[in-house]
Design a binder for this molecule. Structure first.
Ligand code: SAH
Ligand code: SF4
Ligand code: F3S
Length: 440
């Protein structure tokens, strides 16, 4: 049996980039308190799950995962298991009934209390720290990230949008922007450490508003790109109702901002996006896409789709398929709707699309989008793309894996290049998920 250092910790991160960024903050906070990262879960004295509540299957996954801790805790005396992130914030003390293996709970705004939660757990309590704190942006904490090529930099926390299906406003609380000066300070440190890619993140970056001097997201993005001229700059997520022409022009004007916009539409039916409380019509969405494409020719576009939302009829589903065929997104993240208790939809709308129909519609959406992505990938055979090498390819050390500015995965012959290099790659083959090639 492996020995577990009682002052070592291991974090499992689930969910979105925000949780990944939070895990880097948690690592910093625990290190400050004298704990050290463990090599693996098997050798850790403290295991922390940083969880996601956005869809029912994400929650099921954690519940299944927690089961294996029950046996483990009997064998590993003194092991502390904490659950952090969006699920405990949402389900609160109810979490303890899911698994007796859980020692403590922490929500996204309370990570500064983690050292004390760990100590209290060791003296036999089941402590929780689940208050919202809309002033918390973890200013002054220097995140300890995984990897030294790409970094996520949060520019805001929380969300005020109240999309009817979405649990995020309930798990992350009110929207708050980080001070411009704090974001720039972090970017300067990343530049000094040689990071090659910086992704500014927030649930709705377009509503960024500097609390000190009122600067907007376009100004922030512009200055970040000038401060880190050698790095690729990305950002996510944009909300279609808030994305501005000024922002799109900034992306077009600055050579190191990736020409990629993730613009979740959710459905192709104006009736359904209205019920979702998204704040735009599909005509307006199409106009935004036309504006973006006219200012940034060749821009890569991606989106999120939810199939089978409350009240969705066959004609609404057909409208989603039509929108996908018309716009031809490079990539889409596609889900079937699952009710999240407490949300506007759960309280006011009937979840009336049968599960089999939701899954059938989702499959049609996935099949269509895969064929579009595959066609777009095929079209890039013979072209030269700029790839930021991220790692060795899973299959061979003689190949590197990286991404294009449009976020397409590329595997290419190594030929002396290292992770972190920007490489011009001639594309020779494509599947629906990956391009392959060799340096030009
Ligand atoms: N703030 C981002 C991300 C939200 S969560 C945004 O506004 O785009 C990421 C995606 O999960 C959403 O865009 C949506 O497509 C999906 N999603 C959220 N809640 C869901 C639910 N209850 N059922 C299915 N998919 C959901
Ligand atoms: Fe959820 Fe909507 Fe906020 Fe995105 S913008 S996190 S979908 S409420
Ligand atoms: Fe999930 Fe929380 Fe992110 S619910 S998507 S981890 S904000």
């Amino acid at each position: 049996m492996t020995t577990r250092g009682s002052n070592t910790f291991y974090i499992h991160t689930f969910g979105c980039q925000m949780n990944q960024a939070d895990s880097a903050i948690i690592t910093a906070l625990l290190q400050q308190a004298g704990y050290t990262p463990a090599e693996s879960e098997e050798s850790a004295g403290i295991i922390l799950l940083n969880t996601c509540a956005v869809r029912e299957n994400a929650v099921d996954r954690i519940e299944n995962y927690l089961q294996h801790f029950q046996g483990l805790k009997k064998r590993a005396k003194g092991l502390v298991v904490g659950v952090a992130g969006c699920i405990p914030q949402y389900q609160r003390e109810e979490m303890f009934s899911i698994s007796p293996a859980i020692d403590f709970l922490a929500g996204p705004d309370t990570y500064r209390t983690l050292p004390s939660l760990i100590e209290q757990s060791r003296t036999g309590g089941k402590p929780t720290s689940l208050e919202f704190n809309s002033a918390e942006t973890y200013e002054g904490i220097d995140p300890v990230r995984q990897g030294d090529i790409s970094a996520f930099v949060p520019v805001m926390r929380g969300c005020n949008n109240m999309c009817a299906y979405c649990v995020v406003p309930f798990t992350r609380g009110r929207e708050r922007s980080h001070p411009f000066s704090a974001v720039m300070g972090e970017v300067e440190k990343l530049v000094a450490s040689g990071y090659r890619e910086i992704t500014l993140i927030g649930q709705n970056v377009n509503s960024y508003h500097d609390p000190e001097q009122g600067m907007n997201f376009a100004s922030l993005l512009d200055l970040v790109s000038r401060t880190a001229p050698e790095a690729r700059i990305r950002f996510t997520t944009s909300h279609p109702k808030d994305i501005s022409e000024a922002l799109v022009r900034t992306i077009a004007d600055r050579p190191n901002i990736c020409h990629h916009i993730h613009l979740p539409v959710q459905s192709g039916s104006t009736k359904i996006v209205g019920r979702m409380n998204r704040g735009y019509t599909i005509e307006e969405y199409r106009e935004k896409i036309a504006m973006i494409r006219s200012i940034i020719p060749g821009v890569a576009l991606s989106t999120d789709i939810i199939a089978g939302f409350c009240g969705e009829q066959e004609e609404d589903h057909q409208a989603t398929l039509k929108l996908l065929s018309d716009i031809r997104f490079d990539l889409a993240y596609m889900f079937f709707y699952s009710t999240r208790p407490g949300t506007l939809a759960a309280r006011t709308l009937e979840d009336d699309v049968p599960e089999a129909v939701k899954k059938q519609r989702l499959q049609e959406i996935i099949d269509l989008q895969n064929s579009i992505s595959a066609e777009l990938f095929q079209q890039s055979i013979g072209s030269v793309v700029e790839v930021l090498a991220e790692s060795e390819s899973k299959r061979s050390t003689g190949q590197l894996m990286g991404r294009t500015a449009g976020n397409r995965a590329v595997v290419f012959d190594r030929e002396g290049y290292q992770p972190g290099d920007l490489v011009k790659v001639l594309i020779s083959a494509a599947t629906s998920a990956t391009l392959t090639g060799r340096p030009e």
